[in-house]
Design a protein around this ligand. Structure first.
Ligand code: HEM
Length: 164
């Protein structure tokens, strides 16, 4: 049977623990990520603002929020969750902004994944084991799929005649 695409409880905890290692060096990991992205995909540089300081912090804040959500217990998910605390809704809206405001095509998610994983590997060193790589990989696929769904929902909205 093929391996499940769903993150297991162990995989979630692996990601949460690895994020605790990344948090104190998040500036460096952010720098490495964008440096690698712009070296390998120079055409993406113009999509971002000149000063990348704010952008780096926004990305790392989002990763911290994602790690916090993965650490939730089953019980917490069953309680009433505010929309701005609901990982799926937050990521859908993020994907919608990437499509509508930043004009990011679905194809860009692959190169961004490669640069992010390269930066994680640099930051975590030997702690970035094969199992941890697989867990982050599943997480990234879930994030990218949800963001692309958010993008698609805004395209459908346009087809219905909403003004964007
Ligand atoms: C899992 C994937 C991704 C995550 C978690 C992510 C996260 C973020 C966050 C948190 C922001 C801050 C602005 C906001 O919240 O709207 C942002 C902005 C942005 N992202 Fe992403 N992003 C992802 C994928 C991508 C991809 C594939 C690209 C393509 C190059 C991209 C390009 C941009 C650009 C151009 C901005 C706006 C910069 C600006 O004008 O301030 N992102 N992203």
């Amino acid at each position: 049977m093929s391996e499940s695409a769903l993150l297991t409880a162990d995989e979630k905890q692996m990601i949460v623990s690895s994020y605790r290692l990344i948090a104190p060096i998040s500036e460096t990991v952010g720098d490495l990520f964008y440096k690698r992205l712009f070296e390998t995909q120079p055409q993406y540089r113009e999509l971002f603002p000149e000063d990348m300081g704010k952008q780096k912090r926004k990305l790392m804040t989002m990763l911290a929020f994602i790690a916090k959500c993965l650490d939730w217990t089953e019980g917490q998910w069953r309680q009433n969750v505010q929309p701005d605390e609901d990982l799926f809704l937050v990521v859908l809206a993020l994907g919608r902004r990437h499509h509508v405001l930043y004009k990011i095509p679905d194809e860009a998610y692959g190169p961004v994944r490669a640069s992010l994983f390269w930066a994680l590997e640099q930051g975590l060193g030997e702690a970035f084991t094969k199992e941890l790589h697989q867990a982050w990989s599943k997480l990234y696929t879930a994030l990218a799929t949800s963001m692309q769904l958010g993008a698609k929902s805004s395209r459908i909205k346009m087809e219905f005649g909403y003004i964007e």
